[in-house]
Design a protein around this ligand. Sequence first.
Ligand SMILES: [Zn+2]
Length: 147
Amino acid sequence: MQKALFVSGKRKYLFCADQNGMEIIQPVIDLAVAEKAPYEIYSEDQPLIEWLKKQKMGCYLYVASEWAKLDSLKKIAEEVGFSEEEAQYIGYGKRWAKVFCCRCHGITNVILEENQEIACSECDLLLGISDHYSTLKNAYLGYVAKL
Ligand SMILES: [Zn+2]
C-alpha cells in the first residue's frame, strides 16, 4: 500500500479521503496539526470541485481513495489547477490496469500486484509488466517474461 508523505512548509493542507483513505493520511494530518498549519478536511456536503475552487493559492492537497475512484478525483483536482507538485494521490485496494502485449498488441485486464506475470489474453504469451505506461494505449507495456 502507498503511504502519504508529509510535505512541510505549505500555507494550508487540504485532505480529501473516504473512510479507509482517512486512515492512510491520518499520520499526515497529525503532522500538519503538530506544525500548527491550517488544514481543512473535505466533507461531502458540497461538490469536490466547488470546495477546491474556493481554496487560495499555496494549498497542498492530499487525496486518498480506492484506486477505482482515484483517477476521477485527480482529474477534478487538475481541472481546478492543482499540479503534481501541489498534490499527492494515494490509492488503496485493488488496482485494475491494462497491459498490452509486446507480441500481438492485445490488451489484457489485470489486478496489479508486485512482480507479477500474466498470460496475454490474446496470444497466451507469458508477460512481465513493465513501468512503461503508454498514454496512447492507456496500458502498461508487457514484455516477454520467459523465452
Ligand atoms: Zn499477445
